[in-house]
Design a protein around this ligand. Structure first.
Ligand SMILES: *[C@@H]1O[C@H](CO)[C@@H](O)[C@H](O)[C@H]1NC(C)=O
Ligand SMILES: *[C@@H]1O[C@H](CO)[C@@H](O)[C@H](O)[C@H]1NC(C)=O
Ligand SMILES: *[C@@H]1O[C@H](CO)[C@@H](O)[C@H](O)[C@H]1NC(C)=O
Length: 294
């Protein structure tokens, strides 16, 4: 039979023991799992592992489907590369930022009196590098990145082309890079519990924030303005590279994540701004800082 032949070819090609999956009622999800496994080139070591992952995939699939059909949820989830992981496994691997328990004394806030524009997007201003895939590390590194580009932009080299040009001149590259990063002379904190202060800071430069990235909604975020649910357990460092929108439900922070470009909106998430929570959504207004540059 052609079908079983195809299945066999598939199993051989992928080295996955999907034949152990029960047919009948779960047929549809079995097919979805096979598609996902093929697309993501996943290989499991054993029957037991395959079955376990299929179980998790099914639960995640149904969760995503329910959410996407729920009229009360206006952002979309997607069956991304994390679809065979429980949220607990996911958090252990892809978050892990630990905020300082003893915070340094509050610094001065130089953007207190900024008149912020109604929207800004540092990506279009050439100040943000491409989204990286952090792999299994909860730290972002985004601040260094965006700060670096920001220095390039504002420190005399005035376009990205010039930067590529400089980099192509081999020998100068490494030393120049080091010199620019070294020009970060310190950090200032954004006052907490104040999204206006955060907006003022972001109006001037990308800002590193800590958020609670836990929950399946965050794990499978795909597009739209994310509204949670999420808590205040700050476990993930990301970079706010802009904001925009209008109205009670339309305003958002543009947040650069580090889980690759297949997650969210090309690696970014728009998070509800001015949600009414003093902490900001997912604690986004609790622990923010920006580099000082010279
Ligand atoms: C997806 O959710 C809708 C709405 O709850 C439901 O009718 C449909 O059967 C679900 N699809 C699957 C594959 O579970
Ligand atoms: C929030 O920050 C803004 C901008 O710096 C400031 O004008 C305002 O007084 C702050 N609000 C509170 C409650 O501290
Ligand atoms: C960089 O390379 C370009 C040509 O590719 C050359 O014109 C320029 O002088 C070089 N600059 C330095 C600093 O070597």
């Amino acid at each position: 039979m052609a079908t079983s032949m195809n299945t066999l070819v598939f199993l051989l090609a992928c080295g996955v023991m999907l034949s152990v999956l029960a047919p009948s009622s779960a047929d549809f999800l079995t097919d979805e799992f096979k598609k996902w496994v093929t697309e993501h080139r996943v290989k499991y070591k054993s029957k037991a592992e395959t079955l376990k992952r299929f179980g998790i995939f099914k639960a995640n699939y149904l969760f995503i489907n329910e959410s996407n059909h729920n009229p009360k949820v206006d952002f979309k989830l997607g069956l991304n590369k994390f679809a065979d992981m429980t949220n607990k496994e996911f958090l252990a691997k892809f978050t892990g930022y630990t905020p300082l328990t003893t915070k340094p004394a509050p610094t001065s806030f130089r953007y207190a009196d900024t008149t912020a524009p109604s929207s800004i997007d540092w990506r279009t201003l050439g100040a943000v590098n491409a989204v990286k895939d952090q792999g299994q590390c909860g730290c972002d590194g985004g601040l260094q990145d965006s700060a670096f580009k920001w220095v390039i932009k504002n420190g005399g080299i005035d376009s990205e082309e010039d930067y590529a040009y400089t980099a192509q001149n081999g020998t100068c590259d490494a030393t120049k890079t080091k010199r620019y990063i070294a020009s970060i002379t310190g950090y200032e904190d954004v006052p907490s519990f104040n999204e206006t202060a955060l907006m003022n800071a972001v109006a001037n430069q990308p800002v590193t924030v800590s958020i609670d990235a836990s929950g399946l909604f965050f794990q499978f975020y795909s597009s739209g303005i994310f509204r949670g649910p999420c808590g205040l357990n700050l476990d993930h460092a990301v970079t706010v590279v802009g904001y925009g929108g209008s109205g009670t439900f339309g305003k958002y922070w543009i947040v650069r994540n580090s889980w690759g470009t297949t997650w969210g909106e090309e690696g970014y998430i728009r998070m509800w701004k001015d949600s009414g929570l003093p902490t900001g959504l997912c604690g986004i207004a609790l622990d923010s800082s920006y580099p000082l540059l010279n």
